[in-house]
Ligand binder design. Structure first.
Ligand SMILES: Nc1nc2c(ncn2[C@@H]2O[C@H](COP(=O)(O)OP(=O)(O)OP(=O)(O)O)[C@@H](O)[C@H]2O)c(=O)[nH]1
Ligand SMILES: [Mg+2]
Length: 325
């Protein structure tokens, strides 16, 4: 009998893993079944999120970090999330190039994800892909995402340790406050620290942090200065990540963190599944476009419409759904 994708992945078949990730991306129905089977084999990997503005050097940093983890004998999965926006177009290719030297290393698995439509959602497939890498046995999983809005905050929900990258000379201090980045950063990195303005930025970050309320886990967010192209400061950064990991364990907040991660993932799954199901049904009669048009023309009331959909499609069809997946 043919082995299932899950069985192949658990045996270390890299092509099977890549295949499943493609299916996840394409929203193939079987992917759900495979993920369901894989799930019991997850939960061991340590997930690090790296976020920051376009071109701040995230991929270069990741590449350097991977170098260190590999020397320590750890295996690594990398998820590079690309919001498909005009100004980061072509970033996927760029990431591939920059991490090319690890691409022949069996201990490293790299996967790029493009942001998809409003239904697929960036964080859902990210969670799923993390699970696949986790089941593959990767010790460390690094999620790189461009910080351009809500996505970065979403991605942070997937990570145990969140690293926020900034560079001098961008007026970043304003961006940081705007994006609410302060609350989500476990570690700050000032990359391209050879550039002018590093000291000022560092000072600004520290001042900001002093004003922030004390964290429950007692962790105070460190600031590391790196020059990723030359590999400077990377050891400190990697050490900082493991210090944060230890703090999570010692302060017993790791469990709380995992609960939060589980919650976000679960709610996302539920939300997507329900929404998909309902929209599928609606497509049969009135199309979503038609509904939206009516709403825009103020010919329909969104509150009443949602109520009606709930009534019709959730309750009455619940039995018909039974047994279908
Ligand atoms: N001067 C300088 N350049 C750097 C440093 N780190 C990275 N770069 C350069 O900055 C450019 C962008 O680096 P990436 O690693 O692709 O940045 P990124 O944040 O991953 O970019 P996106 O994924 O496109 O958002 C590249 O040309 C790097 O060589 C640094 O410490 N100093
Ligand atoms: Mg990148």
């Amino acid at each position: 009998m043919r082995m299932s994708l899950t069985e192949q992945i658990l045996e270390g078949n890299v092509r099977a893993a890549a295949r499943l990730m493609r299916d996840i991306d394409d929203d193939v129905a079987e992917a759900w079944e495979e993920l369901k089977k894989l799930y019991p084999h997850t939960g061991r990997a340590y997930v690090i999120g790296i976020t920051g503005p376009p071109g701040s050097g995230k991929s270069t940093l990741v590449d350097r970090m991977v170098e260190i983890y590999r020397k320590e004998g750890k295996t690594v999965g990398i998820v590079a999330v690309d919001p498909t926006s005009p100004f980061t177009g072509g970033a996927i290719l760029g990431d591939r190039m920059r991490m090319q030297r690890h691409s022949t290393d069996e201990g490293v698995f790299i996967r790029s994800l493009a942001t998809r439509g409003y239904l697929g959602g960036i964080s859902r497939s990210t969670h799923d892909v993390i699970h696949v890498m986790d089941a593959m046995g990767k010790d460390i999983i690094i999620v790189e995402t461009v910080g351009v809005g809500q996505d970065e905050v979403d991605i942070v929900d997937t990570a145990h340790t969140s690293v926020v990258v900034t560079v001098p000379g961008l007026g970043d201090e304003i961006q940081i406050i705007k994006a609410g980045i302060l609350e989500i950063a476990d570690i700050f990195v000032i990359n391209k620290c050879e550039r002018e303005g590093t000291e000022r930025l560092e000072q600004e970050l520290r001042t900001l942090m002093e004003m922030a309320p004390a964290r429950q886990d007692g962790w105070s967010t460190p600031v590391f200065k790196t020059e990723a192209t030359l590999g400077k400061g990377i050891f400190d950064l990697v050490y900082g990540v493991s210090k944060h990991q230890n703090r999570l364990i010692e302060s017993k907040t790791l469990q709380a963190k995992n609960r939060l991660r589980a919650k976000k993932h679960f709610l996302k799954l539920l939300q997507n599944r329900l929404l998909e199901r309902i929209l599928d049904r609606i497509e049969g009669g009135t199309t979503l476009d038609e509904m939206l048009q009516k709403l825009a023309n103020r010919e329909a009331n969104p509150y009443a419409m949602v109520e009606e959909i709930m009534r019709e499609h959730l309750k009455n069809n619940a039995r018909r759904d039974h047994g279908r997946t």
